[in-house]
Unconditional design. Sequence first.
Length: 463
Amino acid sequence: MPESFDVIVIGAGPGGYVCAIRAAQLGLKTACVEQRETLGGTCLNIGCIPSKALLQSSENFEEAAHKLADHGVVVGGVTLDLARMQARKGEVVAANVKGVEFLFRKNKVTWLKGAGRIAAPGQVAVGDQVYEAKHIVIASGSESIPLRGVEVDEKRIVTSTGALELDAVPKHLVVIGAGVIGLELGSVWRRLGAEVTVVEYLDRILPGMDNEVCKGFERILVKQGFKFKLGSKVTGATVGEDGVTLSVEPAAGGAAETLKADVVLLAIGRRAYTAGLGLDAAQVALDERGRVKVDAHFATNVPGIWAIGDVIAGPMLAHKAEEEGVAVAELIAGQAGHVNYEAIPGVVYTWPEVASVGRTEEQLKEAGVAYKAGKFPFTANGRARAMGDTDGFVKLLADAKTDRLLGAHIVGPDAGTLIAELALAIEFGASAEDVARTSHAHPSLNEAVKEAALAVAGRALHI
Ligand code: FAD
Ligand code: NAI
């Protein structure tokens, strides 16, 4: 008799492992299949966590080398020990993935080690072993999108995975794609001494984020030394003795030019990963972009098979996957799990950071929603001045009639932390006036949020 579970989750990334823990909390007999050596998925192993470790270390290096002197702290002779920096990153990752293993033991989630395949509805095969499951949750995540003519070897031409592992600072790093990965990992290597050129197909960086915020951010990045080739596409790359030669053309067509790089980071997006899951045989439907198709309650077209995280539609974010993991476990247990997609923040962990929740100004215009905007710059915020971090601003968008907060966009110091109060405000259906009338500690960066909320009604106090 095959061992039988209430729930088998395939994939132990933030979607899958959180789903498994929540299902176990709800009293369901739960297993999670993972083919990596360690738990935590893309996010903990080769994504969020190692990239944030290197972002922090490289920011510390840049501070010591270039910023602290302005505060009267003279360190002198700052040198880079990249091997130690990389080793520390490894320690951070190891501690996090071990933490998930501990949580599995604590919650009595069984880790089925190996590649999982849906053998039939209600059956998951892992190697030769077949397990029965009343419910199967697909949480297999995503992978980097390849580009024809640009062959990844993870040494000279790398995806984010290779860019997190470089053992020397490249002289010239060319990044293909001005999205989140390109700008975060581009920042890491620029801070450590690389010249960074970003080639982007569109005529703007960070598509999908608020235009005005991105324009401001682009100016800040250029000031930091980033070079941008917007409206350009890479049509081929050859690796030689002396590095990589890229051919680059205007996106709209025209004469090609060549660009030399020591290392090329290909970061043009990620796509759903479904290889080897047996979805064809199980007749699980995919959408036009190869993502598992689900209804509003994460159910696929096959009864008893659900899907969450990067493998379904929506922003490819760890916390979005986690919310879905919790919601689907609660739905399976007969509760009313739900995710509010209007209140999922997005953060770019550069310095300054960029953060956003809710609708952008462009989305409101397109939807014909009448809105009021309130803005406040960090140059007018006392704490930002004390920190010496005055680049950027807060922008809030509220419904013109009801004053309900519809969107919040920040470029500035700790924007990723500041956005949390605005995600909460949107979740609670707060108005801009609610935020404006809330006492914000002085002197704090959060006061810029309050001032932007006051600015929605044209009554900011400090500008
Ligand atoms: P994943 O984390 O991709 O996990 C899926 C797991 O399933 C994998 O471990 C895979 O091995 C396993 N798997 C797949 N198929 C099978 C199978 N058949 N059998 C067994 N196991 C299988 N998001 C943020 O919110 N914040 C960030 O700061 C951030 N930084 C990022 C930085 C980088 C460089 C990258 C690449 C991504 C980053 N992301 C970030 C995105 C984030 O990593 C993903 O949104 C998140 O990991 C998605 O979670 P998931 O559970 O859906 O899938
Ligand atoms: P992305 O979708 O953010 O950006 C890709 C960029 O590449 C876009 O600007 C796009 O216009 C451009 N592009 C596409 N094809 C191109 C081409 N042929 N030539 C030049 N440019 C081209 O994707 P990215 O940066 O790879 O990240 C993947 C996902 O990982 C993101 O969607 C994000 O959700 C997630 N992520 C999240 C992070 C965070 O939350 N801080 C950090 C890193 C990744």
